[in-house]
Ligand binder design. Structure first.
Ligand SMILES: C[S@@+](CC[C@H](N)C(=O)[O-])C[C@H]1O[C@@H](n2cnc3c(N)ncnc32)[C@H](O)[C@@H]1O
Length: 206
């Protein structure tokens, strides 16, 4: 089955956030990488497949501006319902991240993907995703990935995933991106099941 808005809307309307198989109380592993990015205040962060992640509030608390993308309007509406912030700090973008992004969305300083890219399984969709990333990230910007690793589960949310090594992530990016650091992390989901992830931080140098 392909990742679709219908599939994800059913998931977000049918379960409490804390029961979702990727739920985090605190985006601490992402912050292990983000803490290496100087001064988040006033930087614009693109979150593809933002879902209902707590990372959204944690970035706002740091003074970041956000582009919140998701294929699911249910997820974005849940986030809208719980946020109490100036709307000029957030651009809402409900679309499939493998399809071209409108020029109305500004170029950004950081791209943070946790558990989204791995749902793209067709080569053309993966290429479309990386075209968007390359077109939106400024020179000097950063990209963070957290995807199911090669030892990870073959499926999530009822969908087959494309698992990544740090080598494949590096190969999929253009030579403008330099790997700063990476690590493996085994996330334990709300059912108690281990879910191995690969995390990577890249900097765009040209
Ligand atoms: C496993 S959840 C991760 C959510 C969030 N990043 C987090 O860490 O909590 C995957 C998210 O990606 C979204 N998604 C899946 N396929 C997508 C696509 N092609 N374009 C944009 N969003 C997508 C889903 O709706 C869902 O919110």
């Amino acid at each position: 089955m392909k990742s679709s808005s219908k599939h994800w809307n059913l998931i977000f309307s049918g379960a409490e956030d804390s029961k979702l198989g990727w739920y985090e109380k605190d985006a601490e592993k992402t912050f292990e990488l983000l803490n290496q990015v100087p001064n988040l205040k006033d930087l614009t962060v693109f979150l593809p497949g933002a879902g209902t992640s707590i990372l959204i509030e944690q970035l706002i608390a740091k003074g970041a501006k956000l582009v919140l993308n998701d294929i699911s309007i249910e997820a974005l509406n849940k986030v809208k319902g719980r946020l109490q912030v100036d709307s000029d700090k957030i651009y809402w973008l409900c679309q499939d991240i493998s399809k071209p992004i409108t020029d109305a969305i500004p170029n950004v300083d950081i791209w943070i993907d946790r558990a989204v890219l791995h749902f793209l399984t067709r080569e053309e969709d993966i290429k479309g995703y990386f075209n968007n990333l390359e077109s939106k990230l400024k020179v000097g910007s950063y990209a963070i990935f957290a995807e199911f690793s090669k030892t990870g589960a073959p499926k999530c949310a009822g969908l087959t995933v494309h698992r990544y090594s740090i080598e494949e992530l590096s190969e999929r990016l253009s030579s403008s991106f330099k790997l700063i650091t990476s690590f493996n992390h085994t996330y334990i989901n709300p059912n108690g099941d281990p879910r191995p992830y690969i995390y990577g931080l890249y900097k765009r140098t040209t």
